[in-house]
Design a protein around this ligand. Structure first.
Ligand code: FES
Length: 153
């Protein structure tokens, strides 16, 4: 079976280094993340070392190199959400769900990510579970959301 990204790479056979980020974004859009093998194959194709690709990619938010958990939790770290925060959302989630920022839990259930403004500042402080947004205005809100996250495991 072909790897999930091979079709994308074949489309970009005559690509150059300038195409790196669009290709990475397309691979991620299709697969949800960018595998190490995809990075190696892309590096060979564009003549860029894997270290070089990771280094360039680190400047772009939203590129992921690990598969997300079944529940992918994004916590907004934009200015508005940050200054209105009543509770340390990241710390509570890390402790309650045993997952660290930028990682996926060992059982694959959860992944956690601190992100820039999610574009709904008026509803903040915000977090999203997969693509569903939730306001976290109090500790009680956060507790309810964590229960909801756990409820349909
Ligand atoms: S700062 Fe959080 S949604 Fe804009």
């Amino acid at each position: 079976m072909a790897n999930d990204y091979e079709e994308i790479l074949s489309k970009y056979r005559s690509a150059n280094r300038m195409d790196l980020i669009p290709i990475l974004q397309e691979i991620q859009e299709q697969n949800g993340y960018i595998s190490e093998k995809a990075i190696r194959d892309l590096g060979k194709m564009l003549d860029i070392s894997t270290t070089g690709i990771y280094s360039i990619a680190s400047f772009y938010d939203g590129l992921h190199f690990n598969p997300h958990g079944k529940k992918h939790i994004r916590v907004c770290n934009g200015t508005s959400c940050f200054i209105n925060r009543q509770v340390n959302i990241m710390q509570v989630i890390e402790e309650e769900l045993m997952v660290k920022n930028g990682e996926t839990s060992a059982d694959g259930k959860y992944s956690l990510e601190l992100v820039d403004c999610m574009g709904a500042c008026h509803s903040g402080p915000l977090l999203a579970v997969n693509n569903e947004y939730h306001s976290v205005r109090s500790e009680k809100d956060l507790k309810r959301i964590i229960e909801m996250i756990r409820s349909d495991e």
